[in-house]
Design a protein around this ligand. Structure first.
Ligand code: GRF
Length: 202
C-alpha cells in the first residue's frame, strides 16, 4: 500500500476527507505523516485524533526556504512516503522538495485552473464575474498552480453567493476529487504525458 505524506497549514478539512476515506478503507493508501508549517494548525489535531504521526517545520525553526524543504524531505523519507499531498499548504515549495518526489506531489486548488491561480481563488472568481468555477487537482511543478491537471470538478456561482458560501460549496467538491486523485495515484492509474494526464479506464 502506498504511503502518503500530507502537508498542511490550517484547518485541514481536506486532510479530514483523506482520514475519513482511509478509515472507511476507501483511500487505498495509508497516511504515514502529516507535516504542518504552522504549529497551531487545527489539522494537526485532526491527525492526532486519528493516531497519525505529526511533524512541525516552521519559518521560525527553518527560516531559509531551501533548508525548510530539505527538512520536510528528510521527514518524508523517514516515514517512507511515496506520495505527497499538499492539502491547503500555504507555502511556496522549492526544487529541494520537488526533485526527490518528482511527479509524486499533488495539490488541490479551489478554482478551475488555469483560471485564478494563487491566493483566494474563490474571491478572484467572484470579482471576475465568472458563472462557473470549481476545483482542480494537479501535479506539483516548480511553477505555482501550473502542473499537469489530474481531476477537475465544476461549481456554479449564484447571484447570492458570498466568498464564504462559494468557498464552502467548492470545498465539498475538493474533498471528493482529492480523495479520488489519491486513490487513482495509489493504484498507479495516472500517467503523465507532457501537460496532459491520462487516467486508466477512462
Ligand atoms: C482549500 O480551499 C484548498 O484548496 C486551499 O486552501 C483550502 C484549505 O482548506 N488551497 P483545508 O485546510 O483543507 O480545510
Amino acid at each position: 500500500m502506498k504511503r502518503i505524506g500530507v502537508l498542511i497549514s490550517g484547518r485541514g478539512t481536506n486532510l479530514q476527507a483523506l482520514i475519513d476515506a482511509q478509515q472507511q478503507d476507501r483511500l487505498g493508501a495509508e497516511i504515514a505523516v502529516v507535516i504542518s508549517n504552522k504549529s497551531k494548525a487545527y489539522g494537526l489535531e485532526r491527525a492526532r485524533t486519528a493516531n497519525i504521526s505529526t511533524e512541525i517545520v516552521t519559518k521560525k525553526t527553518h527560516p531559509v526556504r531551501e533548508e525548510h524543504d530539505k527538512r520536510v524531505v528528510e521527514i518524508l523519507k523517514q516515514y517512507n512516503v511515496d506520495i505527497v499531498v499538499l492539502a491547503g499548504y500555504m507555502r511556496l515549495i522549492t526544487e529541494h522538495l520537488i526533485k526527490p518526489f518528482e511527479n509524486k506531489i499533488i495539490n488541490i486548488h479551489p478554482s478551475l485552473l488555469p483560471a485564478f491561480p494563487g491566493i483566494d481563488a474563490q474571491q478572484q472568481a467572484l470579482d471576475y464575474g465568472v458563472k462557473i468555477t470549481g476545483c482542480t487537482t494537479h501535479v506539483v511543478t516548480i511553477e505555482m498552480d501550473a502542473g499537469p491537471i489530474i481531476l477537475q470538478e465544476y461549481v456554479p456561482i449564484f447571484d447570492t453567493d458570498t466568498r464564504d458560501t462559494l468557498a464552502e460549496r467548492i470545498l465539498e467538491k475538493e474533498h471528493e476529487i482529492l480523495v479520488e486523485t489519491v486513490q487513482l495515484l495509489s493504484e498507479g492509474k495516472i500517467h503523465i504525458q507532457g501537460r496532459r494526464t491520462k487516467i486508466n479506464g477512462e
